[in-house]
Design a binder for this molecule. Sequence first.
Ligand code: ADP
Ligand code: NA
Length: 340
Amino acid sequence: AFTNRIFSGIQPSGDLHLGNYLGAIRRFVPLQDTHECIYCVVDMHAITVWQDPEELRRATRELTAAYLAAGIDPKRSIIFNQSRVHQHAELAWVFNCVARIGWMNRMTQFKDKAGKNSENVSLGLLAYPSLMAADILVYKATHVPVGDDQKQHLELTRDIAAKFNNDYAASIRAEGLEPEFFPLTEPLIAGPATRIMSLRDGSKKMSKSDPSDQSRISLLDDADAISKKIKRATTDPEPLPSEVEGLKGRAEADNLVGIYAALADRTKAEVLAEYGGQGWGVFKPALADLAVAVLAPMADEMRRLLADPATIDGILAEGAERARPIAQATMKDVRRIVGF
Ligand code: ADP
Ligand code: NA
């Protein structure tokens, strides 16, 4: 009953990095050939932790520039920021009343972000997955391309859709709507870069919130910075194995090979077929050259786009105009189903 529709979003919460690019943005581009795509700048998610307002506006434009520079075409795909389409917030409230607090308390990302301070974080941080479910389901999206870290949130999105369809089954029927009113959305998590790790510590994921900027490659880094960070990345002293099996227990080596594979659109096995037996003195410079070749032109294009903020704002406004009618149609039904 559902046509294939892609939705994904990224928070405009500072330093966009290689993990966001390889785990998400880069994978958004080819999906435009096969699916209807909606790519969102989730500014309402960003404020679940404190954001300086001017910085939020800047980061919103920076992420939009990254989408465009990576090859997302605003004529084919919808690019917009979440806060402009009010139906996200409206559906999130309904979902807050469908989802259970226990479901939210079990989310590992919440536990990580709240730390020991879980009584003194925003209520929004706890409810974050409910808003994420609304982002996806207000468009009845069937597939969500994301990194591995979002798997648990996607499961929760399915739980919320199923509970809504079930709790309101009689009303959905009475309104003459499909019993599976909300789809059970599937994540698209595949390829060699579903979880890029810190360049300094192979046990931590590369993240915007890591205090060390040496741990991540930022999408606005210049060639020199990219190269230096890769050459200084923590590794063991062993040469590269010739087969993927040999990467087991070698988190840092696995990470760098995965980054190479993703940037080259190859598999890890193909990369190891070429570099197996080589030491870091050979592999790191090759990886640095490849990363610079892919990322530096993108950074230049981002800077060019960011010099003209009015055009970026226009693209976001136009995207919201296209997203809104889809979201409105869903909410019109939801309001009747719920009894508003
Ligand atoms: P962050 O985790 O850096 O705050 P977001 O939560 O906004 O970024 O995530 C945006 C997208 O980037 C999601 O699809 C997420 O899965 C992906 N992502 C974030 N970090 C990584 C990583 N280290 N490796 C792969 N994908 C990642
Ligand atoms: Na994340």
